[in-house]
Structure formats: C-alpha cells, structure tokens
Design a binder for this molecule. Structure first.
Ligand SMILES: NC(=O)c1ccc[n+]([C@@H]2O[C@H](COP(=O)([O-])OP(=O)(O)OC[C@H]3O[C@@H](n4cnc5c(N)ncnc54)[C@H](O)[C@@H]3O)[C@@H](O)[C@H]2O)c1
Length: 433
C-alpha cells in the first residue's frame, strides 16, 4: 500500500520523532521533519542528531546524505508536499496535572491547513484516552475534509525506550488503532517498513491511546509497590532489593526496583492522563493516584535518609555540603526531565545545604536550572554526604576509599552495601535497613 515515493512529514524531531524520521528515511521514504526549535532543524540538516541516543548520529548522517531526510520550521509547506503526517510532539502535564495538549493541537492545526484527500494522519504522541476523537478530529476537520471519509487517521503510541530507541522502534510490537479499517491497514503497511515487530490492530483510536497508558501506569504502580516495600524494609533487618530479587524468582512475580522516585517523560506523566479521563467520567482511580503520590514522595524520603545519615556524624543539612551523583532520570542517558533529583536538590537548598552535582551526561545548564552547582566527580565525592541518585554505569566503580567524608546515601541498587559498611562508611539508602 505504501509506495517508496511516499512523502512523510514528522512533527517533532525529539527523542522519539527523530529516530522514527531517520528510520523511515533509511527504508527509502522521503521524510521531512518539522520542529519549532531552529537548533534541532539546523542540526538535522547538517546531518547531525541533537539527541544523545546510541546509533542515531550515524542514522541521521546517512539519511541526510542520501537526500531522504531534511528538516524545516515550515510545517504547512512540508505537509502540503506529503501524503502522510505523523505527530510525535511533547505532551507534558500542566500545573493541575492535566495533559497539556498545546503542541498536539498546534501540529494538528498546521496539518489542517495543508491536508488533502486520501492523506494519512498518525498520532504517535502519548495522549489521554479520547484525544483523537475529541481534539484531533475536530481540528483536522477544520480543513473542510471529513475524517475517515476524505482522509485517514490512525493512532500508534510510541513505546520505545530511550538509550535503546532504534532497536525498540524496529523490533517492538506496534499497537495501531484506526478511525476505520482502511486507516488502520494504511498505517500498518507503513510501519511494516520499519519494524519486524508484530503489528497489533486494536478496535479503535481510543483503545490504542489507552494501551500505552496502561503499560506505563502498570510500571508506575509496580514501582510504587516496590518503594512502599523499601520504606518498610528500611525499618526491619531486610535489604529490600535482596528480598525483591528473591521474590521475583517466583514464576508469576515481577516486582520492579525501588529508587529515589520516578522521572522521565512517560511514567511520571502518563498515569495522570488516566486519572484525568476517569475524573471527567465521574470515576475514581485511587490505586493510580496513590501510586503517583508514593513515587512523588520519594525525593522527600531520600532527604530524610540524608538527614539521618548526617546525624550519625553530628552534622545537619544546614551548613553541610551534599554531593549528588546523577540528575538524569535513569542511568546512562542525558535526559533529566521530571527527574526526582530536582525536588531533592530544592529541599536540600531550602534547608541550607550547598549542593554540588556531578552528572557525566546532563548539561551544566540543566544542573544549574535545578539549582545545583555542576562539579567534577572528584569534587562531589569530597562532600559531607555523597548521594547516588542515578544508576549511571560509571558509578559502579565507586570504592569506599573514594567517599572522602565517609557518608554515602545510595538510592539505586548499584553498590554492595556490605563492601562499604565493612570499611567504616555510613551507608544508607532506599530499601537499606
Ligand atoms: N521520550 C520517551 O521516552 C518517549 C517514549 C515513548 C513515547 N513518548 C511520547 O512521544 C512524544 C514525544 O516525546 P519526546 O520524548 O520525543 O519529546 P521531545 O521533547 O524529546 O521532542 C519533542 C520535539 O517536538 C518539538 N515540538 C514541540 N512542539 C512542536 C510543534 N507544535 N510542531 C513541531 N514540533 C514541535 C520540540 O521542539 C521537540 O524537539 C510524547 O507524547 C511522549 O510522551 C516519549
């Protein structure tokens, strides 16, 4: 159904949009990426990736040099010259924890000004259930064309994992819902060009929207359970991670890992989309809401652990130096969106600590925007209390003799507590008694 000469426009050249654009381009389609950030556009047009992602630099360079990928700020012109428009723009939360759909709306309005008969519009952004029906369709129909009759519409939420994005886009199963069967088949034939993963066609647009939210909510709730277990284990003679690992030997148990909180652009946001939709329908979602509360309480819990650890050396948060290791929301990535490090740094600063931050990947500007002072690893390790927040691989190399003042708070299961405690280090952390 999809010919090699199809022109695709992808709105949003970010962590998910750019790899998707480059993969379609590598598979022979002509792709134009649209972004509102001129720096991203210039990067891509010079054959480079503005996103840190294994394999992406090479992919973008190849696609641009073959003339299959280019980028522009002009979405309307790009859409006029294309038959397929894919929307992969951000969907953050607003101040009331409701979905901020402004970027999706803006992309849809641009598409509406250029859409032609038989075009295909695909929503890949993660959105609250009902967004395609209640927000996207009305905006696209401003064009005067009717969804499902004059143009095709499908929803296939992106489910790839940063740091493994290219592999996952090309191998994960892809869930696709269409406004009708023709739209779903059209979208399926397109994605078969870039993935060997199974294509799962679901009943409609809203089901596809919900599948993605269920996946991330399952993981957020599971992490909340792990964090609750961890807090309880801290008061007993139990290492929570050891206990969870043992429990996971049961063939039907898969408890996730406790930590300093949940960050990133997905798990910490998507459950709220379900809560929002449930509220609109007059329903409660107590388990999902409480899980969010538990995970959001973790930076405060880590603060308390730091306070307790400093007490053991007769120090208080006020006046102490705290060396934070890692502000990325997870290991070996540069992404610090919604990172639990941010509220923790704020709590520490508010109580009068000086907060020195090392992160090998996150920019000094981001660290400063979190109110931390970017420093070398060596300087962070000289602090009164060292706090490991992100499981970057390099931190596995930490040794007791590197913790200058002898106080270490570890929020990830990266280090063996006994090897530090046996050398006289005060070693506390999430899930450690
Ligand atoms: N990052 C992830 O791990 C991940 C995984 C799966 C799904 N998603 C979902 O994919 C979507 C995109 O996420 P991301 O991480 O790629 O975001 P991102 O912030 O990395 O990139 C989004 C890009 O869109 C651009 N943009 C914003 N408004 C625009 C507009 N109106 N028109 C064109 N471009 C615009 C931004 O400048 C940015 O470059 C979100 O809905 C997210 O929930 C993200």
């Amino acid at each position: 159904m999809v010919k090699e000469d199809k022109n695709i426009v992808i709105f949003g050249l970010g962590h998910m949009g750019l790899p998707t654009a480059a993969l379609f381009a590598r598979n022979g389609l002509k792709v134009v990426g649209v972004d509102i950030n001129n720096e991203n556009v210039e990067y891509v047009n010079s054959g480079k990736s503005p996103i840190m992602e294994p394999g992406l630099d090479e992919l973008v360079e190849e696609a641009v040099s073959h003339g299959n990928l280019s980028a522009t700020l002009d979405g309307e012109e790009a859409a006029e010259n294309a038959e397929v428009m894919i929307v992969i723009v951000p969907t953050p939360l607003d101040n009331e924890n409701n979905a901020d759909l402004n970027a999706v709306k803006s992309a849809c309005m641009t598409i509406a000004s250029a859409i032609k008969k038989d075009d295909l519009v695909i929503i890949e952004s993660t959105v609250p259930p009902g967004t395609c029906d209640n927000v996207v369709i009305p905006l696209l129909e401003e064009s005067g064309l009717r969804a499902g009759e004059d143009f095709n519409l499908a929803c296939t939420p992106e489910r790839a994992l940063p740091n493994n994005t290219i592999y996952e886009i090309t191998h994960n199963a892809r869930v696709i819902g269409g406004i009708n069967q023709k739209s779903a088949e059209y979208a399926s034939s397109l994605y078969k060009k870039i993935t060997t993963g199974e294509i799962i066609n679901v009943k409609n647009l809203i089901t596809a929207e919900m599948v993605k939210l269920m996946e991330n909510t399952y993981r957020d709730v599971n992490i909340a359970l792990a964090n609750e277990f961890a807090k309880i284990c801290e008061n007993l003679d139990i290492n929570a991670v050891e206990a969870i690992k043992a429990a996971n030997h049961h063939p039907r148990v898969n408890i996730h890992t406790p930590g300093p909180g949940v960050g990133g652009h997905c798990l910490s946001i998507d459950p709220y989309f379900i809560v929002e939709m449930a509220r609109e329908k007059g329903l409660d979602a107590p388990l999902i809401s409480d899980s969010r509360k538990i995970n959001e309480s973790m930076p405060g819990h880590v603060f308390n652990i730091i306070e307790e650890s400093l007490k053991e050396v007769d120090k208080t948060i006020k006046g102490s130096s705290i060396g934070i290791l890692g502000v990325a929301y997870k290991g070996d990535v540069a992404d610090a969106r919604e990172s639990p490090a941010q509220p923790l740094i704020n709590f520490l600063k508010d109580k009068g600590a000086s907060v020195l931050v090392h992160d090998p990947y996150v920019s000094p500007e981001t660290i400063k925007s979190f109110k931390g002072m970017p420093v070398t690893l060596e300087d962070a390790l000289k602090c009164d209390c060292v706090v490991l927040i992100t499981d970057h691989s390099i931190y596995k190399e930490l040794k007791p003799e590197m913790i200058n003042k002898g106080v270490l708070v570890c929020t990830r299961p990266l280090l063996d507590p006994e090897s530090f405690i046996s050398k006289g280090i005060i070693f506390k952390g999430v899930g450690i008694s």
